[in-house]
Design a binder for this molecule. Structure first.
Ligand code: PLP
Length: 426
């Protein structure tokens, strides 16, 4: 496979962009490689600058549920562009977008648009703090909620009662109000609430964790969180940047039948354009400026081009429930095929996943939380990644990410994928 142009571009990139990329995981560091520079994408395929074609299992990290370059989304963007790129003023399409989201997701009575998942989470947490008058925030080890200061906290061993910043540049003060519990472990949550009685503003969770690989919530976990938050007077926030409108139309709150107080969204509601949103109970959302005292703003929030792309994708998803049947069935086929191969070749691997999100860990242990996810052999993952890349499968270049399917992926793609995994196992 020819990669000269990608290699040359990377050399130039590292001189002018930190690490040569505008978001760290794109750098391929975790798999000991330099990144492929992408030129274009169509349907389930992505093409690099050297002319190589890959089946894309990243899908821009989630939003491309319809596959790349969906004709209707592209046309909506082109039409919107004709009218101007940004007005910094109220537009009809924002009202339509808000109505559509509220109509689809019963947990959302009011919604505010922002520009990224990070911004959505940061804003939702400020709202929860403003609404409850409390400061502390509870998150889970291994869950990613964007790069706002208060969320860049990981737990040490066991349960910690105060946060430790996970990144240089995060003042300890920004992290000390962040408590970290263990995913799928309600006891760890109870303990933190007991130790911080009356101080926790909100608990934020990825209803399906998809940033430590994929880890599904165990039976009763999400409902347990709901019950604890209700009892303790804390708000429950579902971070649905990955699961929203993907797991099913109503996202994880619909799928699991658990109603959070607030939900955060990201890229998926932009259909490939930079968008985020947060919304939920009306009485909570009424604290947001200009009606309430919680300030949150954005020059490009609700940008017309992004709104037209996003609303077109959401309308297609709403009108075509068969899209979910297809992506979820293909997800099942992929996981079943991988498990069969693991069994056949007796490879120490575990396959997790739900719907169109899947992940294979190179460990024998069941992966239910961050500690068990970390038992995966990342060196072996790197070998697997490179084997698959060389055969035209473009996977996330890290063990701790998901395989994303779109409606453009075919059964034949899955068969080819499994065939190449079998070759690797052999
Ligand atoms: N929350 C979750 C669950 C995510 O997966 C991500 C990013 O992938 C974010 C928040 C941050 O979103 P963004 O990268 O748009 O800031």
């Amino acid at each position: 496979m020819k990669t000269d142009k990608s290699e040359r571009l990377f050399k130039e990139a590292v001189e002018k962009i930190p690490g040569g990329v505008n978001s760290p995981v794109r750098a391929f560091q975790a798999v000991g490689k330099n990144p492929r520079f992408i030129e274009r994408a169509e349907k389930q395929y992505i093409y690099d600058v050297d002319g190589n074609q890959y089946v894309d299992y990243i899908g821009s990290w989630g939003p491309m549920i319809l596959g790349h370059k969906n004709e209707q989304v592209q046309a909506a963007v082109q039409e919107a562009i004709e009218k101007g790129l940004s007005f910094g003023a109220a537009t009809e399409i924002e009202v339509e977008m808000a109505k559509l989201i509220c109509d689809i997701v019963p947990a959302i009575e009011m919604v505010r648009m922002v520009n990224s998942g990070t911004e959505a989470v940061m804003s939702a947490i400020r709202v929860a703090r403003g609404y409850t008058g409390r400061n502390k925030v509870l998150k889970f080890e291994g869950c990613y909620h964007g790069h706002a200061d208060a969320m860049l906290v990981k737990a040490g061993s066991g349960v910690m009662t105060s946060g430790v910043p996970d990144s240089a540049g995060v003042p300890a003060g920004c992290a000390e109000d962040t408590l970290t519990a263990i995913y799928n472990n309600l006891e760890s949550v109870e303990k933190l609430f007991a130790e911080n009685k009356g101080e926790v503003a909100c608990l934020i969770v990825e209803p399906v964790a998809a940033n430590m690989g994929v880890v599904e919530p165990q039976e009763g976990f999400l409902q347990g969180l709901r019950d604890i938050c209700t009892r303790e007077g804390a708000l429950l926030i579902f971070d649905e940047v990955i699961t929203g409108f993907r797991l099913q139309l109503e996202g994880a709150s619909g799928y699991f039948g658990v109603t959070p107080d607030l939900i955060t969204y990201g890229k998926i509601i932009g259909g490939g354009m930079p968008v985020g949103a947060y919304g939920g109970r009306k009485d909570v959302m009424q604290v947001v400026s200009p009606v309430g005292a919680v300030y949150q703003a954005g020059t490009l929030s609700g940008n017309p081009v992004a709104m037209h792309a996003g609303i077109t994708q959401l309308r297609i998803l709403k009108e075509h429930p068969e899209i979910y049947s297809k992506i979820n069935e293909n997800g099942e086929k992929l996981r079943a095929g991988l498990r069969e191969l693991i069994e056949k070749y007796q490879i120490p691997c575990v396959v997790n996943g739900i719907g169109s999100l899947s992940c294979m860990f190179f460990t024998k242990e069941p992966v239910v939380d961050y500690e068990s996810a970390k038992t995966s052999d990342t060196v072996m993952f790197g070998k697997y990644f490179n084997h698959m890349l060389n055969r035209g499968h473009y996977l996330a270049p890290s063990q701790f990410e998901a395989i994303f399917l779109s409606v453009a992926h075919t059964e034949e793609d899955i068969r080819r994928y499994l065939g190449d995994v079998e070759e690797f196992f052999e």
